[in-house]
Design a protein around this ligand. Structure first.
Ligand code: NAP
Length: 241
């Protein structure tokens, strides 16, 4: 039985995706940072799990050991939202954002590659970029760099691992999750931000989970090397110009 591994399983998008995949009958291996939260979700979904921080390189070997010999898919739904002016960003900010968003994704694929290769059919990897890598926003220098790297990683791995493994990325705009709490806690600000999206609302975790599930399924069997915006049109559409 091949499982799907979800990094960031206790997060807004990760947990929504885990619940949807569970409903569709997939067997899951969850990776979380918080022991109690990860344990509770794993019990709810009858899943196995590993806990740890992706800035600890030892985590990836543990996940590879715990997740099983064959994997149908891998989701890396971990990220930071570190918004600072270029004047305030420190080398530590850049390194942390790059490690958590980009290096962690690369190490996850690298360590789980033998198990993904053993899957009977085509395995699927789903990474997360951001609208901030498609359009320029103030105070996003470190985020734009880190998420821009996901584009390069997705394209390179899609080439290197075809035809056995498909690799795609989802590029969300502002979505209601704990990550975005700082921006969305103020209702007036949330409303102003939702109006910046041509489709007139913020993203919901269900928007991301639905595409993630599709990209993991055989229905997307001829899609690889794509970075797909789930962003209410924000990256590509301008209204009333
Ligand atoms: N929400 C948005 O507006 C938005 C926009 C663009 C892109 N994205 C991307 O979408 C993906 C999912 O984000 P989300 O909104 O679901 O965020 P979230 O709700 O904050 O969830 C992030 C998850 O990652 C875990 N995590 C964070 N840092 C970690 C670390 N160093 N080691 C191990 N685990 C760590 C968190 O663990 P804890 O539960 O312990 O905190 C949580 O499970 C991310 O790649 C994010 O960059 C989100």
């Amino acid at each position: 039985m091949s499982k799907i591994v979800i990094f960031g399983a206790t997060g807004g998008i990760g947990s929504e995706t885990a619940r949807l995949l569970n409903k569709k009958g997939h067997h899951l291996h969850l990776v979380g940072r918080d022991q109690a939260k990860t344990d509770a979700l794993a019990s709810e979904l009858n899943a196995t799990y590993t806990t740890g921080d992706v800035q600890d390189p030892g985590l990836f070997a543990s996940v590879a050991e715990d997740a099983g010999e064959r994997l149908a898919g891998l989701v890396y739904a971990i990220g930071t939202l570190n918004l600072k002016s270029i004047k305030r960003l420190t080398p530590e900010d850049y390194m942390r954002d790059f490690e958590v968003n980009a290096v962690g994704a690369a190490l996850a694929v690298q360590h789980l590659l033998p198990a993904l290769m053993k899957h009977d059919g085509t395995a699927s990897v789903v990474l997360f970029s951001s609208v901030a890598a498609e359009q320029g926003f103030t105070f996003h220098a470190s985020m734009g760099m880190a998420k821009g790297a996901i584009r390069g990683l997705t394209l390179s791995l899609a080439a290197e691992l075809a035809p056995k493994i498909r690799v795609n990325a989802i590029s969300p705009s502002l979505t209601r999750t704990p990550l975005a709490d700082g921006l969305l806690a103020n209702e007036k600000m949330a409303e102003a931000l939702s109006k910046q999206h041509p489709l007139g609302r913020l993203g919901e975790t269900q928007d991301m989970a639905a595409l993630c599930e599709f990209l993991l399924s055989a229905q997307s069997g001829w899609i690889t090397g794509q970075i797909i915006g789930v962003d209410g049109g924000r990256s590509t559409v301008r209204k009333n110009n």
